[in-house]
Design a binder for this molecule. Sequence first.
Ligand SMILES: Cc1cc2nc3c(=O)[nH]c(=O)nc-3n(C[C@H](O)[C@H](O)[C@H](O)COP(=O)(O)OP(=O)(O)OC[C@H]3O[C@@H](n4cnc5c(N)ncnc54)[C@H](O)[C@@H]3O)c2cc1C
Length: 419
Amino acid sequence: MVTPVRKKPIAVIGGGISGITVALEAADTGADVVLVEKEPWLGGRVFMMHRYFPKLCSPLCGMEINFRRIRTNPKIRVITGAAVESVSGASGDFKIALNMAAELVNADCTSCGKCTAACPETRVDDFNMGMSETKAIYLRHPMAYPARYAIDAGVCKGTKCAKCADVCEYGAINLNAKVAAMTVEASGVVYATGWKPYDAARIGNLGFGKVKNVINNLMMERMASLSGPTAGKIVRPSDGKEVKNIAFVQCAGSRDENHLSYCSSVCCLASLKQATYLRELYPDSKATIFYIDIRTPGKYEAFYAKVAKDTSISFIKGKVAKVAEDAATGDVLVTAEDIFGGGKKSYRVDMLVLATGMEPNNAGNGFPLARDADGFIADWKLPPGIFATGVAKNPADVTTSLMDAAATAIKTFASGGGV
Ligand SMILES: Cc1cc2nc3c(=O)[nH]c(=O)nc-3n(C[C@H](O)[C@H](O)[C@H](O)COP(=O)(O)OP(=O)(O)OC[C@H]3O[C@@H](n4cnc5c(N)ncnc54)[C@H](O)[C@@H]3O)c2cc1C
């Protein structure tokens, strides 16, 4: 085999599980890699999960191994807090313009946490889906990589306050740091920009944003997580009551021409998984899953069969027509058709979880990326030297994303970025 002559690194945009995998596999194959992430930390959405289906293990162990591999691989350069402004050039000679967030906390940070204790300002915690707050200087997650605090510049009072800088023994905080521009040169570019949850408030009849105890599936993941807003207790947002009777609405906005026309392929598995969170936490609880079709292809059928054995988990085939609130109790009142049981029926539950699908993230400005009808990057239409992987190009579970990312690393490497 003749390996391509490569004068420039491969640039991977997006530091979720797909981008991390491309970076590691390409570097192991021999390429230099620049991994660019817009957030202050790597990890993407899988860090929000309490457990992975089907094994129900924590995503943290796999991530820890990945971070160790990145840390010890000199061929990978990580740039966080960097939004891609534009990508120009051609295969073998791309220029990626980055908008760098101000480096208010530098690499001398030991994440001791004294700054957070001293900080008087708070912000809504987007990582916990708005269900809690952090200080203006914060660490997203105990296992965040790089293990370095970040400052929300929209909330921080800067040098007018400076309490965090005063207590930092390592001189790691510079509140005068400015945003900066940076250009990265690359032989090839991989977009691994991932997804965001579909906005459930747009589904008028399912009560999200109006009925207090209606949440979406990512909120459920955060609530079940020990590092989440309730330290792992699944409770109602309205009154903190333990949830003993829960329902899930499948295809919430999915396979619907008015919202997302496609199946996200993970939502049925996510609800099955989340039903086990509740059943394990409260053995006297019950769960009801309203579905159109349960989609658990291939090896995931065994997971479905295992969860369905639990007689406290019921499956009702039928669409949910209406969701309302009992103002006196905070209970959620669900009206749904029951195709096998016959007719329209009403149900009362403590909390309702909407199984919303995955929408592709905007892949960044400045490059006219071809997209399919649903907004995912159409990789078969991309110019030479540019590739896409993971949920940026197709809704998928982690295993599928990993396989695709490994294949993308090889394709990008083999193309030599056109050099
Ligand atoms: C409720 C729910 C539960 C799930 N549970 C499971 C499960 O148990 N098991 C399983 O296999 N799958 C599960 N999934 C699917 C899983 O979350 C995805 O397969 C996985 O997140 C895909 O990773 P990714 O790297 O492609 O995308 P992401 O995780 O979204 O990562 C993309 C990264 O790119 C960054 N980025 C975006 N735009 C830019 C830009 N312009 N510049 C720089 N960086 C950028 C983002 O900040 C992010 O870090 C679940 C999905 C849902 C909705």
